[in-house]
Design a binder for this molecule. Structure first.
Ligand SMILES: NC(=O)c1ccc[n+]([C@@H]2O[C@H](COP(=O)([O-])OP(=O)(O)OC[C@H]3O[C@@H](n4cnc5c(N)ncnc54)[C@H](OP(=O)(O)O)[C@@H]3O)[C@@H](O)[C@H]2O)c1
Length: 295
C-alpha cells in the first residue's frame, strides 16, 4: 500500500468505504463513475455492502479491517455515533488516509487513527442524501467542506474537483455551528412548509393541496435568490413596505393560535433587515412594520 502524498493523482488511489448507507452509496457510486477506484466496502450488514458494491466494477465486499489493509484512503460513512468506535476498533497504517463525512462531528473523532500515524480529515458534502441514486445526480455543483492534514487536504480537494463540487475550508472547532447553518436550507424548510400546510388546514384545506401551492412558490423563491441574492431576491409584503398587509397577517394568525403568531412574528422580524439591506423600504417603514409586529 502506498502512503498518501499531496501530488498523488486520484486515479492511483484505492478508496475504501466502511458504512454502506445513503451517503456512502451515493459518494462511492459518484466517484466510481468519475474514474476513481472504489476498491472495497464493509458494512454492518452484508446486504448493505452488496448494494454499494453491486454497480461498481471490481469493488470487493470485505471485513472492515481488510478494507483498511487494502486501501489508501478510507471513508467511514457510518452514522455519526459509529465513527469514533469504528475508528478505534481498527488498526491503521502510518501515511494512509481516513475521513468521515459528518458535518457536525469534529475530525478528532478519528484521533485513534491519527495516533497510529494515519492522516485524518472530514469530507462533508453540503447536500441531502435520501435516495442514493437521486443524490448522485444532485451532488455535482455542491460545496464539500474539507478539514484535514495538509497532505490529505490536497488529495481530498482533488476528489472534490473530480465530483464537480467546490471546496469549503472550515477552521477547527466550528463544525457544530457550520452544521447548524446547513439546517436552515434543509430541515427548517420542511418546518416552514409544514407551518404553511397547518395554516392551510385551518380552513379545511389538505396538505396535498397546500404542497401543490407552496412547492412551486418555494422553487420560484429559490430561483429569485439565485439570480438576485438574499436581500433583493426576497419576495413578500415586507419587501414592498406593505404595512397594512403585515397587519392583516398578524390579526389573522393571532385569531388562529398562539404558535402561529409566535412563529410569524419571529420570522417577519428577520425580514425587515433584509428589506432594508435591499433598499426596498425606508427606515420609517421598517419602524412601522416593527410596531405592527410588536403590538
Ligand atoms: N444523509 C445525508 O443527507 C447526509 C448528508 C451529509 C452528511 N451525512 C453524513 O454521512 C454519514 C452517513 O450518513 P447516512 O445518512 O448515509 O447514514 P445511513 O443511511 O444510516 O447509513 C449508515 C450506514 O452505516 C452502516 N453502519 C452503521 N454502523 C456501522 C458499523 N459499526 N460498521 C459498519 N457499518 C456500519 C449501516 O450499514 P447497514 O445498512 O449495513 O447496517 C448504515 O447503512 C453520517 O456521518 C452523516 O452525518 C449524511
Amino acid at each position: 500500500m502506498t502512503q498518501l502524498t499531496s501530488d498523488m493523482p486520484v486515479e492511483s488511489l484505492r478508496l475504501g468505504f466502511i458504512g454502506a448507507g445513503r451517503l456512502g452509496c451515493a459518494l462511492a457510486w459518484s466517484l466510481a463513475q468519475r474514474g476513481v477506484s472504489v476498491h472495497a466496502v464493509a458494512s454492518r450488514s452484508e446486504s448493505g455492502a452488496a448494494a454499494l458494491a453491486e454497480p461498481i466494477e471490481g469493488c470487493r465486499i470485505l471485513m472492515a479491517q481488510a478494507v483498511v489493509d487494502t486501501c489508501d484512503l478510507v471513508f467511514i460513512t457510518t452514522s455519526d455515533a459509529g465513527i469514533a468506535p469504528v475508528a478505534r476498533s481498527l488498526r491503521w497504517r502510518p501515511g494512509m488516509g481516513v475521513v468521515h463525512c459528518s458535518g457536525a462531528t469534529e475530525v478528532d473523532a478519528l484521533a485513534s487513527a491519527a495516533a497510529a500515524g494515519a492522516l485524518i480529515g472530514g469530507f462533508h458534502p453540503m447536500q441531502t442524501f435520501s435516495d442514493p441514486a437521486a443524490a448522485v445526480r444532485s451532488l455535482p455543483g455542491c460545496m464539500v467542506t474539507v478539514e484535514a492534514d495538509p497532505v490529505l487536504q490536497a488529495v481530498l480537494a482533488r476528489l472534490v474537483a473530480r465530483l464537480d463540487c467546490t471546496v469549503n475550508v472550515l477552521p477547527p472547532g466550528m463544525r457544530a455551528r457550520y452544521h447548524a447553518a446547513g439546517g436552515y436550507a434543509s430541515q427548517f424548510v420542511n418546518v416552514l412548509l409544514a407551518e404553511g400546510a397547518r395554516i392551510w388546514a385551518s380552513w379545511g384545506g389538505d396538505e396535498e393541496d397546500a404542497m401543490r401551492a407552496l412547492l412551486p412558490l418555494l422553487k420560484g423563491t429559490v430561483s429569485a435568490i439565485e439570480s438576485a441574492g438574499l436581500d433583493k431576491g426576497m419576495p413578500g409584503p415586507v419587501s414592498r413596505g406593505d404595512v397594512g398587509t403585515v397587519a392583516g397577517h398578524v390579526q389573522a394568525l393571532t385569531e388562529m393560535d398562539a404558535d402561529a403568531i409566535a412563529l410569524y412574528r419571529a420570522l417577519c422580524r428577520r425580514t425587515v433587515p433584509l428589506a432594508l439591506r435591499a433598499e426596498r423600504i425606508s427606515a420609517a417603514t421598517a419602524q412601522e412594520i416593527q410596531r405592527v409586529l410588536d403590538e
